[in-house]
Structures are given as C-alpha cells and as structure tokens.
Ligand binder design. Sequence first.
Ligand code: SF4
Length: 336
Amino acid sequence: MTLPTTAAPKPAAPRVNPLQRIWLREIGMERLWMRPAPAAARPVVVPQVPVSKPVSAPEPAPVMAAAEAAPVHVAPSVAPSTAPAPAVPVAAAGSPPAVGAAVASTRANGRPGIPASILNRTGPPPRPAPKAAEDEAAEAPRIPVAEAVKNANLDELREQVVACTACGLCDGRRHAVFGQGATPTRWLVVGEAPGEQEDRQGHPFVGRSGQLLDAMLAAVGMSRDADVFITNVIKCRPPGNRNPKPEEIAACSPYLMRQIALLKPERILVLGRFAAQTLLGTDATIGSLRGRVHSLKTDEGAEIPVIVSYHPAYLLRSPSEKARAWQDLKLASRKA
Ligand code: SF4
C-alpha cells in the first residue's frame, strides 16, 4: 500500500502505547507515525517566573516606600511601540504587578502618580538645608560688647544693655537692669545681679533690700536720687538667682566698665562677695576685703577708691552684721 505524500507539514503523531506500536509495525506504518513532530508543532514550554508572594492574596504594593528603597526601572514602559510585546507568562499573569509596572500604568492612566523627579532619581531624597544654617546666614555679624560700648554715651549705653543678647541670660529676662540714680554722681553703688523684683520692675535694688540700702545711704547723708548711681555687675537676672557664670561675667563686664568711665564717681561702694571679687579681680573672702580702701584703675588712668561691704539681702538675713556695714559706710564717707 502506498501512502499519499504531500509537501504540507504533517500533523504530529499521536502518542501510542506498546501494543499500538506492535500493531503499527505489523501494518508497516510505524516509521510514519513515530516521526518527530515539526518544531512548530512542539508543545510550548512556558518559562516559569518565580513568584515571591502567594498569588491568591496579593498585598497592595507600597508604591512610595518601594520607590524610595530601590531605583525604579521605567524603560520597558517607554520602549518603541513597534517592538513585539513580550508574552506574559501564564504563571505570572495573576501575580501582583511589579512596582515599575504599577507606577507606569498609573502614569499612563493620567492619574496623579509619583512625581518624575522621584521616579528618575537613584539616590536618597535631597534633604532641606538645616534650619540652623539658614538662621546663621540671616544673622548679622555680632559686634563684641567691649567694642560696641567704646564710644557710647550713657543714654546709648542704656539702649545697648536693654537690647543686649551677648549671653544666654537674655533668654529668661523680663528687663535688663541698666541702673538708676544721679548723673553726675558722687558714689557708684555696685551689686551682683538683678533679683526677681528687679527683673520685674527694671530697676536696681527694689523691695526690702532696696529699702535697707536707702536707709543706710540716708544714715550718711546720701540719697539715691541726688548722690549715688546704683547698678549691678550683671545686668540680667540669672535663673533662680544662681551665681553668674564666668562667660556671663565676661560678656557683661564691659557695660560696668563703661558706666564707671562715664560717671567718674568719687567712690565705688561694692556690695556683696561676688561683686567685690569681680570688680577687684580676686578670690579673697568678703571678710578680708572689707574694712579697708581698695583702688580701681580705669582705662583712662584714673584711680577710684573702692570700699567693700555686705549686701543688704545678707544683712536682712544676718542683722547682727549691720554694725560692720555701718563702719564700712563711715569709711566710704571719709574724705580722701
Ligand atoms: S547679662 Fe549682660 S551680657 Fe548678658 S544679655 Fe544681659 S546685658 Fe547682655
């Protein structure tokens, strides 16, 4: 028997079992039936794409977080339209879309998506400039207090103190306390720093300490309004009335030095340990400093007598020391 031959591709041979194969051999058709099928007729082998998450329960892709974590490759979505579209593997058809695809489809739909500036970048997001750097750039250069006070008169000096931010004490103050009294003056009375009441009112030595000081001055024929100018080493109140820090003293001292240079007092009465040690530049105790006349040499070359005594606040706590304070006042009143 002759089988018809044709140029057309033959259909793939069906699968046969051993008995069928024996029977085909018997009838002489085994070679025809068992010939390998043409390539086009071979079964399609579908590449398996690994799926990292179960297809049945896809989680919504955190688009922003993923875009931050890794560069997003959007090249496939902008490939020329003439290129053949890659076949979608069957195994991957139901899996969640990759981040790049999700972003691309969102953008293709015309809906708001991730801005191109974020999509195209490969590094971390740019950080805004630190605020501190902006503030520093905006700040005008500071003039040191010692330089600023050099040519100031008393009114200008007062304005400088009121606006001063040369040390941290400016943060918590209500008022910077410049000082108060007669100009010109006979005595300059110098205390430590404003207390709570001074900070509230903006004047030195108010409250009970101020009343006691006025009484002491009156005892030697002096008055706050006519004869003395009262101020402090530090012009702003330290929090909780703590001792001023060395850097605060250094920042504020030029104001006192300029006050002395402008007022040219006959005497300086220093009240309390801290003020005495600061003005005289010593660590000596107040007990060893009082009872004698010291001398302060100014930048202009003048020498001003300095008398040390107790602070009125201390005398209120220790009334027995008032007798010594009285001796100090008499020493200060003595003619040179
Ligand atoms: S304490 Fe003196 S230096 Fe400090 S802010 Fe007040 S005025 Fe300025």
